[in-house]
Design a protein around this ligand. Structure first.
Ligand code: ZN
Length: 253
């Protein structure tokens, strides 16, 4: 079965708040606010095959923000090389009264629209991502569950690819540039291998005992390179995840 990539849920990437000490309301949270186009309400699409695992449908949406938790129904691949389940919370969508727990979506399906329910100055979504299948609140603000909505958060941009056809409008917040990654940004070409094939290894070493049998790389092959450590690159190639010698990989232009 093919490795499904995890994607950002909007087609226009327009960062309106990052995280950490520099941020306004995301200080304790690896959360990103995405605003899409500057006018209207942008659509929000399923980031992966998923199901609704938690819903917060407040009666007073002027005061409290709608929130939907989506958990992947299969393992998904991330730009940092993670392959596993992910849960994403999406806060502030405009209208979710008809949503039900357990509803499933295929990747790319339209789920809802961004909005400004709760504390929001304009249409956007606030997303948080966690590894695994646990959906839950992690923080209350003034007695009300607010924006900090997922446990064991990770940086969304490390775990979600930007779709190749996405328009990237803004990735900088308060002078800090967040690293949004398209698959083409980390696609490399195999070059100058003196004796083919270039083996792919289970472990980050070149011992013959760790060679993944039956597969190998030839000059001209393309791989996704997630990272390099001690001259070994962690890569993906045709449904294989493993390590190979980094010096034979060249960034695809
Ligand atoms: Zn936010």
């Amino acid at each position: 079965m093919a490795y499904q990539r995890a994607y950002f849920p909007m087609k226009v990437i327009n960062l309106s708040q990052g995280y950490g000490a520099r941020s306004m309301t995301h200080k304790l949270s690896y959360a990103l606010d995405l605003s899409g186009k500057d006018s209207g309400k942008d659509a929000v699409y399923a980031p992966f095959d998923c199901k609704i695992t938690k819903l917060y449908q407040p009666t007073n949406t002027n005061k409290n923000a709608n929130t939907v938790w989506l958990t992947s129904t299969r393992k998904v691949l991330s730009p940092n090389g993670y392959y596993g389940y992910l849960t994403m919370s999406i806060t502030h969508p405009s209208e979710i009264t008809n949503m039900k727990l357990g509803t499933t979506f295929k990747q790319g399906e339209l789920i809802m629209y961004e909005g400004r329910t709760g504390n929001a100055s304009g249409n956007h979504i606030h997303i948080e991502v966690a590894k695994g299948t646990t959906a839950g609140w992690s923080r209350r603000v003034s007695g009300v569950y607010s924006e900090y909505v997922i446990l064991n958060k990770v940086k969304p941009e490390d775990y979600l690819f930007v779709r190749e056809d996405s328009i990237i409008k803004n990735t900088t917040y308060k002078g800090y540039k967040y690293h949004f990654i398209k698959e083409s940004d980390i696609t490399y070409k195999v070059v100058d291998v003196p004796s083919e094939p270039l083996y792919i290894h289970k472990l980050p070493n070149i011992r013959s005992s760790s060679i993944i049998k039956g597969v190998g790389l030839k000059n001209g092959d393309e791989v996704i390179k997630f990272y390099t450590r001690d001259n070994m690159a962690y890569i993906y190639h045709y449904e294989i995840l493993g390590y190979t010698t980094s010096k034979y990989l060249e960034k695809k232009k």
